[in-house]
Design a protein around this ligand. Structure first.
Ligand code: ADP
Ligand code: MG
Ligand code: MG
Length: 874
């Protein structure tokens, strides 16, 4: 089996075998770009390494040495040669890019002898020893597992002794001193000597890359991003080029378009006289790529042309890494660039205009799950905000939260539901869990491509980076900006679109859809088959939903109307009623109020269907909680107010009488309607009176009356008769008729199993997948989400919470069965979904697959559903 490929042998399609980096290096060689030559050890070799009990097999070893031999011949140099050494980098490259997750080693092949050869050959002693100390440092850290900080403190020691502050000021002798101390440190820490044999160095490095596949931060990254654990990583061995050779050398990273806004401009950063990670590590704040134009106009022009070529070739925005050695440009990496949702949308629309991609491709380029970030709130442009500092606008959006310096603490506070802003000098991959938990990230160092910025953009979190005015003191738990002291726990706000940092909360506004986003959505609308409705309970929500493109209301929950402050007492009076007459008296008071609610909503949704669900929750939800009541009763007793006391005591009795062991499985949904029909009668009256009133005004209304929690066909049959009878009465009274529908929510397994019977009495079905998930799994949603499901996901029993991503196998089978059974009786039965899943992309795709007519979700998720529905169709 072939385990090693020269860059000349591969191409971009071989990603699974060569990893993303290796495949794209080969592709760049193929299209004639300047890439330092090398070879790739495949992901299969990595898997083989683990199969063999963490050992590189003989076969693979000999293939590696053969490839090295070929490379040496091509370059006319030998690895680590004493006179003129070939030096290489050893780079990991997973199939799915995992930025900063795996470790790279540069300048491999240097040792106490070859460093002299390099110095003599290049006539640049400082460069040679700088390269050597970097190599020992990386090798020591990645391969021999000596903490990075230990090396940094040695450098600082030597710098201090020499009275300098910048690495660039260190001379060859300085580095020599550092090197000796490094080697001693490695010996002290590991009991082993730093290896001098170049081939031994190479094999140790390759093995370390294999091992890094299973290091802690790689595992965490894979878990967060749902990347399988059994892909393995490839290893790239590549001839070194040097950005640290002096002032006509440098290294940088760039995006072919702005990854934050999508603007069509090459966007990046570089450092002169620097190597590798210097740019992204945030140790020195880099220069903008535009400045390269002034420093080296020729290289700049060549670079811009390479960017254009790569975009044309890959037909996508690229994220590239490059190095300039003595004025000559080399490409070291290219891949599809990570981008914000905003940028994804703009780039997709622009590329259609430029003729690079078609509309279908454009729709697929925008991750539906990510566009939610476009719908985030931002700082009110009319508000009077006073920034205390300004950094780089590294990831757009605004956030407020309590200042936290420690990622563990951020995680703990985030889990408690607190809003925090993680403030660090710079971040490393070990801080990821803290970024996940935070609302936003603020760093005092690092550029737009620093780790914090890249990760935050990937997660759609606001980030301000390189905010140098912010001076952090971790020990004291505070940061200062000039005279101002901000302590841990204080609230700050950041605006990742402008880079501004503010004290306290600032006023934010609701998002609007950009022209580009509307364009993509209009393309999506042309394609999709699923209709998209919204869940809305008020005219305001209905308006928002319409603005976001909803084609109806799939769920209007009437209980929210019962909860309002001025209504609750009447609702309580209704519940406390001893007799039917008393209850009807209270209901009569509610009727005009509900009617007004419906009129408002119907009017907004003119001409579009509105599903109104009759009362669903258990009645005790409308009564005070017993502990509070008891406290009030004690107080009243002490004061001696007997009248009020009696009322409260009655209330307590009722609360206790209504108490259920499992309220979610208790007296709720259609069961309420069967036990207290007068409640549903009132609601139906309110709905249809509202409809009649508007019809008289010439406003078209399409009411769909929905009966919740039906289990048995006869429940629905009984209630349908009541609704129909009430409707006739209303139409008689109003002297007009409105066309309306009666349907049911399908949210219990039995309803799915007997859907062909239930369908006889239903004009439409709407899956209530929150309850259906709850009852199918037997998980109480309120408890399981916090206490059980995170462990299930952690242990990979479930890949996601089934309350977030629809469980296709279980709940989904029931849905499919109910859909098929229902349509076997009524081929054109209208079927939709109104659970939270209606706005989650993977669930929307499933709904498309089983042939539903519509999904319904919260107003802000309507654009997501429109996009996801189109993606499901493509
Ligand atoms: P990551 O996946 O973390 O970006 P890379 O393997 O891309 O790691 O290496 C990081 C950086 O190291 C590159 O961006 C480049 O600057 C530098 N580098 C890697 N290989 C070489 C090489 N052969 N010559 C010069 N620099 C290199
Ligand atoms: Mg890289
Ligand atoms: Mg329900």
């Amino acid at each position: 089996k072939k385990y090693v490929y020269s860059f000349r042998e591969g191409n971009a399609q071989m990603r699974n075998l060569l990893g993303g980096k290796g495949a794209n290096l080969a592709e760049m060689v193929k299209i004639g770009l300047p890439v330092p030559m090398g070879f790739t050890i495949t992901t299969e070799a990595c898997l083989n390494y683990y199969e063999e009990g963490e050992k590189i097999s003989e076969d693979i070893l000999s293939q590696i040495f053969q490839a090295l031999d070929d490379l040496e011949k091509e370059m006319g140099k030998k690895l680590g040669d004493n006179e003129d050494p070939l030096l290489v980098s050893v780079r990991s490259g997973a199939v799915i890019s995992m930025p900063g997750m795996m470790d790279t080693i540069l300048n491999l092949g240097l040792n106490d002898e070859s460093v002299k050869g390099l110095a003599a050959k290049t006539g640049n002693e400082r460069f040679a020893y700088d390269s050597y100390r970097r190599f020992i440092q990386m090798f020591g850290d990645v391969v021999m597992e000596v903490e990075h900080d230990k090396f940094e403190s040695i450098i600082n020691e030597v710098k201090q002794k020499k009275g300098i502050t910048q690495d660039t000021e260190m001379d060859a002798d300085g580095w020599k001193e550092v090197i000796e101390l490094y080697k001693e440190k490695i010996k002290d820490e590991t009991g082993r000597k730093f290896p001098q044999d170049p081939k031994e160095q190479l094999l140790m490095a390759v093995e370390a890359v294999f091992k890094s596949w299973n290091n802690q931060r790689a595992k965490v990254y894979r878990r967060i991003n749902k990347i399988p654990d059994d892909l393995g990583t490839a290893v790239n061995v590549q001839t070194m080029v040097f950005g640290n050779k002096g002032d006509d050398s440098g290294t940088g990273v760039a995006f072919t378009r702005n990854p934050s806004t999508g603007e069509k401009e090459v966007y990046g950063e570089f450092l002169m006289n620097a190597q590798g990670e210097d740019v992204v590590a945030g140790i020195r704040t880099p220069q903008s790529i535009k400045q390269l134009k002034d420093i080296m106009p020729d290289v700049y022009e060549q670079f811009i042309n390479v960017c254009k070529l790569l975009e044309k070739h890959y037909r996508d925005m690229q994220d590239i890494e490059f190095t300039i050695e003595n004025g000559k440009l080399f490409m070291l990496q290219t891949r599809s660039g990570k981008r914000t949702a905003q940028a994804a949308v703009k780039i997709a629309v622009d590329m259609v205009k430029e003729g690079l991609i078609n509309k279908d491709e454009a729709i697929l380029r925008v991750p539906a799950g990510q566009v939610e970030t476009l719908l985030h709130r931002r700082i009110d442009p009319n508000a009077d905000v006073k920034p205390i500092a300004k950094g780089l606008p590294a990831s757009p959006g605004a956030a407020s939260g309590h200042v936290v310096f420690d990622p563990d603490e951020a995680e703990a506070m985030g889990n408690e539901g607190q809003r925090v802003i993680l403030v660090r000098t710079e971040t490393t991959p070990d801080d990821i869990h803290g970024i996940v938990a935070a609302q936003g990230v603020l760093t005092s160092r690092g550029g737009m491509t620093s780790h914090a910025a890249v990760v935050a953009r990937g997660m759609g979190k606001p980030c301000v980076s390189g905010c140098e005015a912010v001076k952090i003191d971790y020990e004291k738990g505070e940061f200062t900006v000039g005279q101002l002291v901000v302590k841990k726990g204080d609230v700050i706000s950041i605006d990742g679109s402008t880079g501004e940092v503010m004290i306290g909360e600032v006023p934010m506004i609701d998002p609007e859809l950009s022209d580009e986003f509307n364009k993509i959505l209009s393309w999506a609308d042309e394609i999709r088959k699923l209709k998209v409705r919204a869940n809305a309970d008020t005219p305001h929500d209905a308006k928002v939903a319409l603005e976001f493109g909803a084609e109806g209301i799939g769920l209007c929950r009437t209980e929210h109307m019962f909860m309002a402050q001025d209504r609750l007492p009447i609702v309580q009076q209704m519940i406390m009623a001893e007799t039917k007459e008393e209850r009807e008296e209270a209901l009569a008071k509610l009727l005009p109020i509900q009617q007004e609610d419906f009129e408002g909503i119907f009017e907004v949704m003119e001409g579009l269907p509105v599903t109104v669900r009759l009362l669903d929750p258990p009645l005790h939800e409308f009564l005070p909680n017993p502990e509070e009541l008891i406290v009030e009763i004690m107080e009243l007793k002490a004061k001696g107010c007997s009248k009020e006391l009696q009322a409260k005591q009655e209330m307590l009795k009722k609360v206790r009488a209504l108490r259920e062991m499992n309220p979610m499985l208790g007296l709720r949904g259609c069961r309420l309607g069967l036990l207290y029909p007068e409640i549903y009668v009132m609601q139906v009256k309110a709905i249809l009176k509202a409809a009649c009133n508007l019809t008289k005004k010439g406003i078209k209304v399409i009411p769909e009356i929905e009966i919740p929690l039906v289990n048995h066909e006869l429940e629905l049959k009984t209630l349908r008769e009541i609704v129909e009878k009430t409707a006739e009465e209303v139409f008689e009274e109003e002297g007009t008729k409105v066309h309306y529908f009666i349907g049911t929510m399908i949210e219990l397994p039995r309803a799915c199993l007997t859907a062909e019977e239930i369908a006889n009495f239903a004009d439409f079905f709407s899956f209530g997948t929150n309850d259906l998930t709850q009852t199918t799994f037997g998980f109480s949603r309120d408890d399981a989400e916090g206490k059980i499901l995170p462990h299930y996901v952690e242990q990979k029993i479930l890949s996601d919470s089934p309350f977030i991503v629809l469980d296709r196998k279980g709940v989904g089978s029931l849905m499919k069965m109910a859909t098929d059974k229902g349509r076997s009786v009524k081929p054109d039965l209208l079927i939709g979904i109104c659970g939270e899943h209606g706005g989650e992309p993977s669930s929307v795709e499933f709904c498309h697959m089983i042939g539903l007519d519509f999904v319904s979700c919260s107003p802000f998720r309507v654009p997501i559903a429109r996009l996801a529905a189109a993606q499901a169709k493509i």
